[in-house]
Design a protein around this ligand. Structure first.
Ligand code: BES
Ligand code: MN
Ligand code: ZN
Length: 492
């Protein structure tokens, strides 16, 4: 556990294992370098503040700074500097910060109070997110390593109370992201649907959320044919996790759902070996919604939020659903399952229909739904498709501010007939091209006229190489955007 704080003490005096000093690109190295007496070292190392440039200087007896070491970090030209740039620059050096245990950070220039309200939490968030490691399965791990404390240093003229509170909120957000990453990174063998549900219940108890878990028998009674159909091939039975947060009395709730496929083998329409390697991440949508609910319960905005998270494991076996089978979803809509690997939409359909019965204000779902979305937008960008442009805009804006890019794809009406079925109401696959859009058309059948946005996170949920803010594996996207979206809604 890391503690996060804000302080207006001087960088020279701060007692920390590591003092991080971001530096703009240019001929002069900026105030932090001069104050710490490192202008000479900076020049001698031929630094120029280019992005990704770093210099680590450990303290010698006569040094002017109290920290154990100073890390100068190039952040590129001042004109290009953004909130996201600050977050990412600190994410990249978080691994170094872990070695020193405690880290304090300054800024490359004195910001105005307005900018500080965004920059201070972004700095804390970058360090927190970047310091995540998943070492549960390593037998040789360094128990002592890890980021114990983060201190963001600011100008004494800034309003310290507000900034301290903002940094405390970052701690809640980062904790939620860590939890989601752990859930996704844990191998599917140790994280079947029932275990995801137990994790949800433990979380709900710890933060005071209402949680109800539906088991396979209850799902049967409730008519959840999609969740059951997908789960039929696995020895690990499916679950539906229902969570609710009440922060605004009897106000109409916002509804969330997330795809929770514990493992996606493809089912009988089986994937090849490569295609399965990262499919423990197919519950990234579920984890993002669970984590969002956890953070919201602790941040306590004045809104109501309900979530329904369908969890199944998609496996081939003698009891698995077969291509050509017809299933009946919650609410009665039938679908023809032509490809058992298009399973995400089947479980989400039930959850969306269930949520829509509550007549929510709007619905947002997140899902590692289609490879097609990754082809369209690459590994870093989520696709947003829905029936309400204003809602989509809001989510895109939230993602912009948290550094979780979301781009809109169209719910193009001409593609709707691609999921017409010869035997049932709809079928679960369209033609080869436009796969992210036909998947969304399938989901659209279950939300009625409720404003709805589906976020396909097949790309950004998981990173094989790691990102500035995450080691390889689960990233937690788009939890921070969802939290921002909900907090902004509550404040509006
Ligand atoms: N979970 C996959 C989508 C996916 C692919 C996520 C790659 C992350 C990386 C989903 O269940 C799936 O298999 N989709 C199929 C749909 C197809 C059969 C219509 C796909 O995208 O190939
Ligand atoms: Mn699949
Ligand atoms: Zn899947």
């Amino acid at each position: 556990m890391t503690t996060y704080s804000y302080s207006s003490e001087s960088p020279v005096d701060v007692k920390a294992g590591l003092l991080i000093v971001p530096v703009f690109e240019g001929p002069k190295p900026g105030p932090g370098v001069r104050e710490t007496g490192l202008a000479r070292a900076y020049a001698d190392a031929k630094l120029s503040g280019k992005k990704n440039e770093t210099l680590l200087v450990t303290r010698r007896d006569r040094d002017r700074f109290a920290a154990g070491a100073v890390l100068l970090v190039g952040v590129g030209p001042k004109e290009d500097f953004t909130l996201s740039g600050m977050r990412r620059a600190l994410g990249r050096v978080a691994g170094t910060a872990r070695r020193f245990g405690t880290a304090a950070t300054t800024f490359p220039q004195a910001f105005g109070a307005r900018q500080a309200t965004e920059m201070v939490p972004a700095a804390a968030e970058g360090l927190g997110l970047g310091a995540y490691r998943f070492d549960r399965y390593r037998t040789k791990r360094d128990e002592a390593a890890g980021l114990k404390r983060v201190v963001v240093l600011g100008n004494p003229k800034w309003e310290a109370r507000g900034l301290s509170a903002a940094v405390k909120r970052v701690a809640i957000v980062v904790d939620a992201v860590y939890w989601a990453r752990d859930l996704v990174n844990t191998p599917a063998g140790d994280m079947p649907p029932a275990e995801i549900a137990r994790e949800a219940q433990r979380m709900a108890r710890s933060v005071g959320l209402t949680c109800k878990v539906w088991n396979e028998f209850q799902l049967e009674k409730g008519g959840f044919g999609g969740i059951l159909g997908v789960g039929r091939g696995s020895v690990n039975p499916p679950r539906l996790i229902e969570l609710s947060y009440t922060g605004a009395g009897r106000a109409t709730p916002i509804a969330l759902s997330g795809k929770g496929i514990a493992f996606d083998s493809g089912g009988l329409s089986i994937k090849d070996a490569k295609g399965m390697e990262s499919m423990k991440d197919d519950m990234g949508g579920a984890a993002s919604i669970l984590a969002t609910m956890k953070a919201i319960a602790r941040l306590k905005p004045k809104i109501n939020v309900i979530a329904a998270i369908p969890c199944s494991e998609n496996m081939p076996s003698g009891s698995a659903q077969k291509p050509g089978d017809v299933i009946t979803h919650r609410g009665g809509t039938t679908s023809e399952v032509l490809n058992t690997d298009a399973e995400g939409r089947l479980v989400l359909a039930d959850a969306l229909a269930f949520l829509n019965e509550r007549k929510p204000e709007l619905i947002v779902d997140t899902a590692t739904l289609t490879g097609a979305c990754v082809v369209a937008l690459g590994g870093s960008i989520a696709g947003a498709i829905g029936n309400d442009d204003a809602l989509i805009e809001e989510l895109i804006a939230a993602g912009d501010s948290t550094g979780e890019p979301i781009w809109q794809l169209p719910l193009y009406p001409d593609y709707r007939p691609m999921i017409d079925s010869a035997v049932a109401d709809i079928k679960n696959v369209g033609e080869r091209w436009g796969g992210a859009i036909t998947a969304a058309w399938f989901l659209a059948e279950f939300v009625g006229d409720t404003p709805w946005c589906h976020i396909d996170i097949a790309g950004p949920a998981f990173s094989d190489k790691g990102t500035d803010l995450s080691p390889r594996g689960a990233t937690g996207a788009p939890i921070r955007a969802l939290i921002k979206f909900l907090l902004d809604r509550a404040a509006a």
